[in-house]
Design a protein around this ligand. Structure first.
Ligand code: VNL
Length: 391
């Protein structure tokens, strides 16, 4: 063998090696980039979803279709610019197979173009503005939508003596969805929204708004605030004696979030909300989920964010199994569409057309059960599609 030939062979072998090793390392590992608010005002959402994702992995193993699952958790502090930078880094440098998490709507929207350009499935586990799934064909949602939750309550209210309502929502995507869909349906049902109030998402001071509500004296106050903010609303509502003035507090289940509810005190008793998940949901699957979650997390009760994270992991695992790791982002996405399964929340379905969740919505009332406060379900509307998609 000539020296040239030998040199050529050596460098060819080297080239193969250097090319092959990262590719091999990559194909052995399946990376999920989980971007969440782990600090800041939505930190409870991050904590719940991370805990649920880890529980799912502990229960289902970390090897799927021959690949080792690696969960990479990043804290975006609910700052959309940070979410976007983290997503870019996860896609370009970490070469993640899936992006997941997204505590608030602006963070989910900031990442949509990256999902589209890189053909990376983006599993939205928390954010709940209707339009999110339309921002990229690579977005799949496992949480809920505010129109889904709000409409059920607007059907219940007028049948239960609530005709005049003031709405109070956080002034951004999900709040505006809640306000709009609640009002439309209530009006259709012969009720009336007499005033629509919006509070800033950042550092909200509810006091002046609640004073106004007290003066207006509606039958009820309908509230949407993101998970984590419910305690402040409840406290100020009671401090102002609104309940004693005959004003009922109603809302989507975000306000009586299971993460906070038990510490709200007896003032929360009787509050009626509509939502897709309660820790008190009386199914065997949910009992098992709640027990395992509490056991793994120092007795922390899972909330609706946790179930969005848990089901999101299920959707990712099953998509990887079904596509056998073939077909990249498009193969995964195809296998996410149309998934149907029993979640701790009840039956759930990822609509292949919209990539959004179709699920049961429950009416619940805060009651004391076994010495603790729970959202106890008393009625159900089956298989609710996002009403925001019909228009
Ligand atoms: C959103 C919607 C966030 C509902 C939430 O909590 C929530 C959102 C952080 O779309 O930003 O409860």
């Amino acid at each position: 063998m000539t020296i040239q030939k030998r040199l050529f062979l050596t460098s060819a072998a080297l080239a193969v090696l250097t090319l092959a090793s990262p590719v091999m390392a990559q194909s052995d590992t399946f990376k999920i980039g989980l971007i969440l608010p782990m600090t800041g005002p939505q930190a409870t959402t991050g904590r719940q979803i991370e805990a649920a994702a880890k529980l799912y992995m502990a229960q289902n193993g970390d090897t799927v279709a021959g690949k080792k699952i690696q969960l990479i958790v990043k804290d975006d502090t609910s700052t959309p610019d940070v979410t976007k930078r983290l997503a870019q880094d996860l896609v370009v440098n970490e070469k993640v197979n899936v992006l997941a998490g997204f505590g608030i709507t602006p963070s989910a929207l900031a990442v949509a173009p990256i999902a589209t350009q890189s053909k990376t499935p983006q599993v939205v586990m928390a954010a709940a503005t209707s339009s999110i799934t339309q921002a990229s064909p690579y977005i799949v949602r496992t949480s809920f939508t505010l129109p889904q939750a709000s409409v059920a309550l607007a059907d219940w209210a007028p049948k239960n003596g609530i005709k005049k309502v003031v709405t109070l929502v956080s002034d951004y995507g999900p709040g505006i969805d809640a306000e709009k869909f609640f009002k439309e349906r209530l009006t259709f049902n012969g009720g009336q929204v007499t005033e629509a109030l919006r509070v800033p998402l950042r550092n909200p001071d509810f006091a002046p708004f609640l004073q106004k509500v007290r003066d207006l004296k509606p039958d009820a106050l309908f509230v949407f605030v993101p998970s984590g903010a419910g305690t402040a609303v409840m406290k100020q509502f009671l401090e102002r004696g609104m309940d004693k003035a005959g004003i009922k507090l109603i809302g989507t289940g975000d306000v009586t979030d299971d993460d906070l509810l038990n510490d709200m005190g007896d003032g929360a008793l009787g509050v009626v909300t509509s939502h897709h998940y309660s820790a008190a949901h009386p199914s065997a699957a949910n009992k098992k989920f709640v027990e395992a979650f509490k056991k793994a997390n120092n007795n922390l009760r899972p909330n609706f964010m946790a179930v969005g994270g848990y089901d999101g992991m299920r959707v990712i695992y099953e998509a990887l199994k079904a596509s056998k790791g073939q077909g990249g982002g498009d193969g995964l996405l195809a296998a996410m569409k149309g998934q149907i399964f029993e979640s701790p929340r009840g039956p759930m379905f990822i609509d292949a057309q919209t990539r959004d969740v179709v699920q049961d919505i429950y009416l619940r009332k805060v009651e004391r059960k076994d010495g603790q406060l729970y959202n106890v379900e008393f009625d159900v509307i089956k298989d609710v599609k996002d009403p925001g998609k019909a228009r």
